[in-house]
Design a protein around this ligand. Structure first.
Ligand SMILES: NC(=O)c1ccc[n+]([C@@H]2O[C@H](COP(=O)([O-])OP(=O)(O)OC[C@H]3O[C@@H](n4cnc5c(N)ncnc54)[C@H](O)[C@@H]3O)[C@@H](O)[C@H]2O)c1
Length: 254
């Protein structure tokens, strides 16, 4: 399939899990892929992996919470691959302590600020930096990774995670309104439990409990989230904006 031929896609947190699967899927669909990750070894490995398959890819290490680092990353990645027309705000963290999410009375202000910085401000930083080019070219696609935890109580995660994932829904709807007149669509995905390294931070029984509550009776695969991301930025969804699509096996039906 070459639905994204000629496109340049920046995927944050592309060194692992869902982000790595998204990078792989876009490369297979003909896009040049800008791999951004806080972990340089993972970012380099993922970009090399794509290049070895014959795809166009470049990588840059950046902490999405840091505006200056994002600015350098966007500049260098655009120099390497061309103007970035598609942004996937995927980088996110869900801190655990001995396999459990901290209740609010135990959460440090530092941890709260760090999660807000990565999960929410990270999406702002990249959209802030890439939207001027998209507006100028009258074309752009932005997808942000929310979560079912943004709309429902999920005891496996902490309040900072749920709050930032809910905020990404407001971020998406606002930007869809603001950027729509310039040919830019803005959508979000809300995955349920997806089998990635992030999941291993909690006990297997807790993930199994979610499986039992899921109508499709299984965890999701990163590739399934990647499929939905690619749909939301392909010509097949040119008239879809401001939407949040659950990729959750029916775990939360709204
Ligand atoms: N796995 C799930 O079940 C699930 C469910 C719903 C939503 N999500 C969301 O999907 C996204 C990806 O999750 P995943 O499970 O693939 O996680 P993961 O931990 O496997 O991968 C996250 C990647 O983001 C990178 N990263 C972390 N902090 C960063 C920062 N400050 N700047 C840049 N990169 C950073 C990490 O190095 C890693 O490569 C996250 O936003 C997560 O909240 C995951």
């Amino acid at each position: 399939m070459s639905r994204h031929q000629g496109r340049v896609v920046l995927v944050s947190g592309a060194g692992s899990g869902i982000g790595a699967a998204i990078a792989q899927r876009y490369a297979e669909e003909g896009a040049a892929v800008a791999v951004l990750d806080a972990d340089p070894a993972r970012a380099e490995q993922q970009a090399l992996h794509l290049q070895q398959q014959g795809h166009r890819a470049a990588w840059w290490q950046a902490d999405v919470a840091d505006y200056g680092q994002c600015e350098r990353a966007c500049a260098r990645l655009a120099e390497a691959l061309g103007p970035i027309d598609t942004l996937i705000n995927n980088a996110g963290v869900s801190p655990k302590h001995q396999g459990r999410a901290a209740p609010i009375w135990e959460m440090s202000a530092e941890e709260w600020n760090r999660v807000v910085g990565i999960n929410l401000t990270g999406a702002f930083n990249l959209a802030r930096l890439l939207s001027p080019g998209m507006v100028e070219r009258r074309f752009g696609r932005i997808v942000s990774m929310s979560s079912v935890a943004g709309s429902a109580y999920l005891p496996l995660v902490a309040v900072h995670y749920s709050a930032t994932k809910a905020a990404l829904i407001g971020f998406t709807r606002h930007l869809a309104g603001e950027l729509g007149p310039y040919g830019i669509t803005v959508n979000a995905l809300a995955p349920g439990r997806i089998e990635t390294p992030l999941l291993q931070s909690v006990a297997a029984e807790l993930n199994q409990a979610i499986v039992e509550q899921t109508p499709l009776r299984r965890l999701g695969q990163p590739r399934e989230v990647a499929d939905a991301a690619c749909f939301l930025t392909s010509a097949e969804s040119d008239f879809v904006t401001g939407q949040v699509i659950d990729v959750a096996g029916g775990w939360l039906m709204r």
